[in-house]
Design a protein around this ligand. Structure first.
Ligand SMILES: *[C@@H]1O[C@H](CO)[C@@H](O)[C@H](O)[C@H]1NC(C)=O
Ligand SMILES: *[C@@H]1O[C@H](CO)[C@@H](O)[C@H](O)[C@H]1NC(C)=O
Ligand SMILES: *[C@@H]1O[C@H](CO)[C@@H](O)[C@H](O)[C@H]1NC(C)=O
Ligand SMILES: *[C@@H]1O[C@H](CO)[C@@H](O)[C@H](O)[C@H]1NC(C)=O
Ligand SMILES: *[C@@H]1O[C@H](CO)[C@@H](O)[C@H](O)[C@H]1NC(C)=O
Ligand SMILES: *[C@@H]1O[C@H](CO)[C@@H](O)[C@H](O)[C@H]1NC(C)=O
Ligand SMILES: *[C@@H]1O[C@H](CO)[C@@H](O)[C@H](O)[C@H]1NC(C)=O
Ligand SMILES: *[C@@H]1O[C@H](CO)[C@@H](O)[C@H](O)[C@H]1NC(C)=O
Ligand SMILES: *[C@@H]1O[C@H](CO)[C@@H](O)[C@H](O)[C@H]1NC(C)=O
Ligand SMILES: *[C@@H]1O[C@H](CO)[C@@H](O)[C@H](O)[C@H]1NC(C)=O
Ligand SMILES: CC(=O)N[C@H]1CO[C@H](CO)[C@@H](O)[C@@H]1O
Length: 320
């Protein structure tokens, strides 16, 4: 998976590009086995990942490491607070599952690819918080009990604040993307997270609705709106269906039909800004897991107060 960090502002739709608002999700039709305990375990899987990431990251990186990398004063202290929040999220979801009489997943083993470089840690934290907010947004509609929805919404808001602090206060870019966070469906989230998961305890309860999509590789990593990316993925299960590059931004999806053969060349729509996910679908009107063929990939088209492109500080790209 590539994490791309660029931006541009634009307005005009391109030829061959259609934009449509995301459908309002209908409950349980694309994941008929999703239920409250499965979705809580799905969320807990992500919280464990974040918790281990911050706990071990703060063990690995001293105040001096943060200072020497030129990170703003107070950065490590705020990361300590985030780390405590993630532990609390783990504890709360675990206790909630226990109260429902359900087993809770345990932490897995991970390979974060940080390689002892604190700027890689910052870059990945931005990805995890952003994907976390998208995961809660996209899975909320599977929850059945309204009090669980309140817990999920409370965690979602905190993940989004953490993401804002990282992208804006540390990295000098936009604190938000559009008027809406981008909801991701279950397999889409798991596909992104799986890049760092090595293995999970065999005792973990299965999460029946969740599986992996084939990964999507988009190059060059530095492409931005108005520029082309070259897309490759395993299309062996896609049959002869016409495929689309679905750029997911807020509640909008912009579909570009793929022609010819791999690698597909696609121009990134000018109108995109901030966090954008790119999934390959076999539909030009919807983009839930039941029509996702590969991906998503993650882009961060960073912008400033004047809506113009800004570079992200400290690191532009990390490959998982
Ligand atoms: C693929 O072909 C369709 C139909 O001619 C066109 O609208 C679209 O822009 C093409 N896609 C690319 C990436 O060139
Ligand atoms: C995919 O699932 C959604 C509900 O999440 C449903 O509205 C849609 O009809 C499904 N699409 C297909 C092609 O099955
Ligand atoms: C949702 O809750 C209702 C009432 O509590 C229950 O009848 C139904 O089976 C639940 N559905 C799921 C998918 O858990
Ligand atoms: C959800 O489904 C799992 C099986 O995947 C089952 O063990 C569990 O009891 C179900 N939970 C609820 C709340 O229905
Ligand atoms: C911290 O270092 C340990 C030991 O090398 C490693 O397993 C872990 O993934 C690292 N964590 C982060 C966030 O860099
Ligand atoms: C950390 O990675 C960044 C981006 O690849 C690089 O610019 C920087 O020199 C690295 N720092 C160290 C201490 O290796
Ligand atoms: C795909 O198209 C080829 C050539 O038109 C055909 O031979 C093949 O059966 C088709 N495959 C499927 C899964 O429809
Ligand atoms: C959705 O996309 C269209 C076309 O790019 C754009 O005009 C519109 O402002 C977008 N809406 C939102 C809510 O982002
Ligand atoms: C960029 O992609 C478009 C299709 O979206 C294609 O028409 C154009 O030739 C490509 N440009 C380059 C420089 O590859
Ligand atoms: C579309 O993709 C989904 C997910 O890979 C697959 O289950 C479905 O069969 C595909 N539909 C068509 C018409 O190719
Ligand atoms: C055939 C073709 O147009 N290839 C291009 C696809 O996109 C990449 C990235 O922009 C270009 O480097 C290729 O030349």
């Amino acid at each position: 998976m590539g994490v791309f960090c660029n931006l541009v502002l634009g307005a005009l739709a391109l030829h061959g590009v259609s934009a449509s608002p995301t459908r309002l999700f209908a409950r349980d039709t694309d994941h008929p086995f999703a239920n409250d305990t499965n979705i809580l375990n799905f969320a807990l899987t992500l919280e464990h990942l974040e918790n281990v990431f911050y706990t071990t990251g703060l063990q690995n990186f001293s105040q001096q490491d943060f200072d020497q990398a030129g990170l703003p004063s107070g950065t490590r202290g705020f990361y300590e607070q985030i780390s405590a929040h993630e532990q609390t999220h783990v504890d709360t979801l675990t206790a909630t599952l226990a109260s429902l009489g359900a087993p809770a997943v345990q932490a897995c083993t991970y390979n974060f690819g940080v390689n002892g470089n604190v700027t890689n840690f910052v870059e990945l934290s931005d990805l995890f918080e952003t994907v976390g907010a998208s995961a809660y947004s996209g899975s909320a509609h599977y929850l059945n009990k309204s009090d669980l929805l309140t817990v999920a919404a409370s965690i979602l808001a905190t993940e989004a604040r953490q993401s804002t602090w990282i992208n804006n206060a540390i990295r000098g870019a936009n604190p938000w993307s559009t008027a809406f966070e981008t909801p991701l469906d279950l397999n889409q989230v798991f596909t992104l997270a799986s890049g760092v998961i090595v293995s999970c305890p065999s005792s973990n309860p299965a999460i029946p609705p969740v599986s992996l999509n084939p990964p999507l590789t988009a190059t060059p990593a530095t492409a931005r709106p108005g520029q082309n990316v070259s897309l490759t993925f395993d299309a062996s299960k896609a049959g002869n269906a016409t495929l689309f590059a679905a750029f997911l931004s807020g509640l909008n999806a912009t579909y570009v039909q793929l022609n010819g053969s791999q690698p597909f060349n696609v121009s990134i729509p000018q109108s995109l800004q901030g966090t954008t996910f790119l999934a390959i679908t076999n539909s030009s009107t919807e983009h839930a897991d039941n029509v996702t063929v590969a991906g998503p990939a993650f882009f961060n088209f960073a912008f400033g107060a004047d809506n113009q492109q800004v570079p992200l500080k400290f690191i532009e790209l990390i490959e998982l």
